[in-house]
Design a protein around this ligand. Structure first.
Ligand SMILES: [Zn+2]
Length: 255
């Protein structure tokens, strides 16, 4: 069995485990490929470094919607960020998107930063890793101007209508450990309905550790637990789920 963790932050400077050990442990448990996901300019660079040091690691570069206010008027930072897109093993832009739940940055700043990164994705022909929380109608409206963009809505916990709209836009759905501990029956029903051809798996490590390891630091090897949980929830064999989601990840990110 082979799994791809399409969303991890083991390269964050404050990740409390040794990334080298964690990546080796992941490979032993069948998580043979990991994509580090950037949220700021500095950790996008760290993701590139991590990918350079590990054969089984790739990276995205991104400016998280929380960072909108910090970057949106900083032309020097944005120019430097742009140059990262051409670096080796950069396979996606993101995470970018809109977060109206925390709204750490004004909505207009978030939208500008999202558009900036969508333009980059088009220019460099890279898929996009989206973070969207309580902002789907504005998100879909922005996406309408970028019809050719490919990507995934990561850590999806939304409604069936939102899922259907995501699928209509041709995007993938990324599910993670949340599904193992949610008490929301609607979310579980949604997780059952995601077409296997559009499903990606992720940990979002160090966050969202799946049951029964809640309270410990999430790491890519925990993906196997989420995969097992989803296979049983969806009535699929683990090997079918692993094979399909791995193929999806390889196709989207060209890894
Ligand atoms: Zn994340």
């Amino acid at each position: 069995m082979e799994l791809v963790d399409t969303h991890a932050h083991v390269h964050f400077p404050d990740y409390e485990l040794d990334p080298d050990e964690v990546l080796a442990a992941a490979a032993e448990d069948g998580v043979t490929k990991v994509i580090c996901v950037g949220c700021t300019l500095p950790d996008s660079k760290l993701g590139i470094d991590m990918a350079a040091r590990h054969d089984n690691v790739w990276t995205s570069i991104g400016l998280h919607p929380h960072e909108g206010a910090q970057y949106v008027n900083d032309d020097d930072a944005l120019q430097e960020f742009r140059t990262l897109a051409a670096k080796p093993k950069v396979v996606a832009i993101g995470e970018t998107g809109l977060d109206y739940y925390y709204q750490n940055s004004p909505k207009e700043d978030q939208k500008k930063l999202l558009r900036f990164q969508l333009n980059m994705a088009q220019e460099f022909d890279l898929p996009v890793i989206f973070h969207v929380r309580q902002a789907f109608s504005d998100f879909f409206a922005v996406l309408d101007d970028f019809e050719a963009v490919k990507g995934v809505v990561h850590s999806f916990t939304g409604t069936m209508d939102e899922m259907n709209e995501i699928l209509r836009k041709g995007l993938y759905i990324g599910l993670n450990g949340i599904m193992t501990f949610t008490r929301d029956a609607g979310q579980l029903e949604m997780a059952r309905q995601v077409p296997l051809s559009k499903l990606l798996l992720e940990t979002d490590a160090p966050f969202l550790t799946p049951k029964p390891f809640r309270g410990t630091i999430c790491q890519p090897k925990h993906l196997a637990i989420t995969a097992e949980f989803l296979a049983s929830l969806r009535g699929e064999s683990l090997s079918d789920l692993a094979a399909a989601t791995t193929k999806n990840a390889q196709q989207l990110f060209k890894i």
